[in-house]
Design a protein around this ligand. Structure first.
Ligand SMILES: [Zn+2]
Length: 214
């Protein structure tokens, strides 16, 4: 599926949803204690599966009383990837991948034009979804995250919170917008995740064309 992620990121680039080195994606298979994440700063037009970073997930009980805590560390993968760093949005992906439920989990982060334009125009993406049943039917849109710095723990925490992530890895929504920045979407395959973005982007374009704020 890493090849499919490369196709998805190339498609996002062709749609102007990212510039060359933007965007990131991760995937975890249900029965593995690691996940793969796109490397930092690699051009998405030429992204290859052997460039991905492999990240191990570790659990431990610390503090008194003991409390389950998670940490991550880079694992050996390929020669090429050993010279690369993981995406700067690793905290965002790690939080969504450290516990998963039932199936493969894919997390995609890109910067779709009309989603960002709608948020810039003070339109809450979760409000839009209520007015358009075709969006609502397949894609659950979370309340928008406000202005937070990219590649920060704060961005990760707000995205986890607004997506409705619980300690067992359940997630309430499929996609969340980050004001002035982009979207994060979660599903079981790269293309399924991508379709949430496509659907929301399409509706945002229509809403902006109408000039009505929903
Ligand atoms: Zn971004």
């Amino acid at each position: 599926m890493l090849e499919t992620i490369c196709e998805v990121m190339l498609d996002a680039y062709k749609r102007n949803w990212i510039t060359s080195r933007d965007g990131n994606c991760s995937i975890r298979y249900q029965d593995r204690d690691h996940f793969y994440i796109t490397p930092s700063g690699v051009r998405k037009q030429t992204l290859q599966p052997d460039q991905f970073k492999k990240i191990g997930i570790e659990r431990g009980y610390y503090d008194q009383p003991p409390r389950l805590q998670y940490s991550h560390r880079e694992l050996d993968y390929t020669q090429i990837s050993s010279n690369l760093r993981p995406s700067g949005e690793l905290p965002l992906h790690f939080g969504l991948q450290r516990e998963i439920v039932d199936d493969t989990r894919v997390v995609v982060h890109v910067h779709p034009t009309y989603c960002i334009a709608a948020m810039h125009a003070d339109i809450d993406l979760s409000t839009i979804s209520r007015s358009f049943p075709e969006l609502n039917r397949y894609t659950r849109v979370a309340p928008t995250v406000g202005d937070v710095a990219p590649i920060s723990q704060e961005l990760a925490d707000w995205c986890h919170n607004n997506l409705g992530l619980d300690s067992g890895g359940n997630i309430q929504y499929n996609i969340v917008g980050i004001r002035g920045h982009g979207v994060v979407t979660v599903d079981t395959t790269p293309w399924r995740a991508y379709e949430h973005i496509e659907r929301l982007e399409h509706i945002c374009r229509i809403v902006l064309a109408s000039g009505v704020k929903c």
